[in-house]
Design a protein around this ligand. Sequence first.
Ligand SMILES: Cc1cc2nc3c(=O)[nH]c(=O)nc-3n(C[C@H](O)[C@H](O)[C@H](O)COP(=O)(O)OP(=O)(O)OC[C@H]3O[C@@H](n4cnc5c(N)ncnc54)[C@H](O)[C@@H]3O)c2cc1C
Length: 480
Amino acid sequence: MIWTTLGFFAITAFSVYFHVRRTEGASAARRAAPAFARACARCGRQVAAGAQLCGHCGVPQQIFEVVRSKEVSGEPLESTEPMRAHVRNDQCVGCSTCVDACPEIGAITLRGKLAVVDPVLCIGHGECATACPVGAIAMLAGAAANRVQVPQVSTSFETNVSGLYIVGELGGRGLIKNAINEGKVAIEHIALARAADPPPAAEHEHVVDVAIVGSGPAGLSAGLEALRSGLSYVMLEQGSLADTVRKYPRHKILFAEPLNIPLYGDLWISDSSKESLLDMWEKVVATTGLQVRTNHRVEQVTRSGWLFRIHAGGHEYLARRVVLAMGRRGSPRRLDVPGEDLEKVVYDIVEMEDFAGRHVLVIGGGDSAVESALGLANQTGTTVTLSYRGEQFARIKDRNRQKLDRAVAEGRVSLMLRSTVQEIRRDVVVLDVEGTGTILPNDDVVIRIGGDPPAAMLERLGVRLVHKEIPLEPDVATAG
Ligand SMILES: Cc1cc2nc3c(=O)[nH]c(=O)nc-3n(C[C@H](O)[C@H](O)[C@H](O)COP(=O)(O)OP(=O)(O)OC[C@H]3O[C@@H](n4cnc5c(N)ncnc54)[C@H](O)[C@@H]3O)c2cc1C
């Protein structure tokens, strides 16, 4: 009996000893080797847990967040919880516009460069979501995920239309750094594909390797990478270089990010103003010799076989591949009247103060036209006329209607319903008001008649759009 008991204890002691040794060995091995979270979406090598860049190909993994997000049906998420604001951390630029717009003090605050919502204080006004300049806030009923509709792209940002790539904000991701990285990755893929193409036939020598639409951070980076890779390219921009960034409010401080610009190297834009970033980009363009055709709005892109035809600024360009880096703001709709190309005509207001003491004509019948007219009417010495071809403002918010009625009654805005602009001249505008020709003194024309969203172009090209579920930033209650 005693021998049986001793034997039992000996076997148990040995088992415990070997189990402890094995467990310790495994923990030591885990400590020695880095933990791998997932494979790099681009090169397939393992990326260490928590690492932002792939240690092998150097690509920031954040740019694949949307590509890798779960595809969903697009049906709204069911929830019985009340509506409240949710912030997308890959879109938020920490500008604090939402904090200023929120009527509930403390419901949304800035944590470093990120807006965070207090789920207890937020009661779902939605003012923050309306005010956010980058569309980073969604009003959702409880669920901590946002559903967005985005073009379906591969990890090289190629769409289902072979040879057509979508990068930057048009692909559903915000921020300058993401746009720059995506533009570079797409062109690197194109350069590899181009190397495998058969040599061009003599009649196709004028066909460029790639056409890049848009010269924002995504297009700029794509263009520089094309130049670096020796690809022939054409870069088309509807406005001026980096038009979206140019239209940020004056002296807007940028979200601090180190950036690697193709052909230029590291560029630290930590807390710099938009003016210094634009200066830097202009310097990069001048130093590298990148050719950007500004004032070339791309109206149409069609594909026949392997060839893309791009219509812009009255010209047709032919390209083997196309990178759409057009952002999401679309193209402002034009009046198409004589004089519309004069410099005094704008489609966006960057700074209301620039219009102080001037005669301004605002055109349009929606909220953006009314809000522009009201904002301008607050400037010292500005004469504001609001022209709309309709009989009444049928689709504006009640709040705007009340403010407009007050401004008209007080003589701060002169309203011209049933009026159309006939011609814009240097010092005057010619209008038809209910069949009568009217000439007004004029310094500036602000056209706010909507825009053509880039989605229409994608649809015509046959780009597949999908719904994705993007996880949102934890709330202030749960954020560390
Ligand atoms: C007010 C504001 C503040 C912001 N602050 C920050 C910040 O601090 N930090 C940050 O990282 N991000 C910020 N962002 C977001 C950032 O600007 C965008 O994420 C980024 O510019 C997206 O780059 P993109 O190249 O994809 O598109 P865009 O910069 O929008 O560039 C698209 C370009 O394509 C052109 N284009 C469009 N349609 C056509 C067409 N049909 N033909 C030819 N050209 C066309 C446009 O004119 C434009 O120049 C801010 C945005 C706004 C509005």
